[in-house]
Design a protein around this ligand. Sequence first.
Ligand code: IPM
Ligand code: MG
Length: 351
Amino acid sequence: MKIAVLPGDGIGPEITAQAVRVINALGLGIEMSQAPVGGAAYDQAGDPLPAATIELCERSDAILFGSVGGPQYDTLPRPMRPEQGLLRLRKHFDLYANLRPAIVYPELAHASSLKSEIVAGLDLLIIRELTSDIYFGQPRGVRINESGEREGFDTMRYTESEIRRIAITAFQAARGRSRKVCSVDKANVLETTQFWRDVVTDVHKDFADIELSHMYVDNAAMQLVRNPRQFDVIVTGNMFGDILSDEASMLTGSIGMLPSASINAKGFGLYEPIHGSAPDIAGKRIANPLATILSAAMLLRHSLGQEAPARRVEAAVRKVLAHGFRTADITEPGCKQVDTVAMGDAVLAAL
Ligand code: IPM
Ligand code: MG
């Protein structure tokens, strides 16, 4: 079993280092090799996704990814920006199914920005389509229009097969949970998402055991903070999923707790925390490594077929929380506040 480790920028190297320690401690003989991505790769090789990095990923069974981006790269031409490294990886490996679980651990319900009685016990899975939509639609750009004025434009588009496969992912995922899928769209305004709704409804005919509902994205954004426990699986497009998953992360107390998996049809995947590179705290050893450690658990489960070790890692994370270990983002009086490395130590000890 081989993992390509792409630490990236900002806090990426600090948090992936802790996940690597956890994977090593499992004693599964997993081989791990590192390669640069994002701004770090631009600095080293003039490209946010160098060919050598793609080749390493191709020779591996899965990718463990840190985070990319930083203010020093914001003025680069778009193809050179760190985010392009990630978007190109998603496209290159056709990682269309993005799983973003949002779980409220009992110990962290107080850290949520919502009242704990609203979020207690929340266990939500956002399934975001990741390789299409307005993120990748052509044409796009800035042009001079017929009136001679400059205008910016992007294209939202979805093919039927792209919608079908992500709908199937959602219905299948719901089978292992509470059998409820809510598909989020903006069918009242956008043609693409009316089409999305029609195709999801059609795919649902093969999943009669699953309850399907539809919701407009504005309402979904509201319902997520009004009564988040009404949801089990949410399936949505690339852009709405980007926004709703950040919102959902806050329900759980900290964006530093949320892992994600981005998987293709062959089960190959990229695993990353949903948070960004947090340049403001990079190098200070205060970042929370748990989202990356939980991403490593998802990697073991979905790409390496190692269910038991995945559960061990998840149980270890639960245990360190129960024992009162907290990084700065989730700390509270009376807890043991620890830095990034000490949190890694605590997970290893719990393992
Ligand atoms: C995410 C991020 C990315 C996205 C950025 C870094 C390109 O926000 O994974 O949610 O928009 O998909
Ligand atoms: Mg995002």
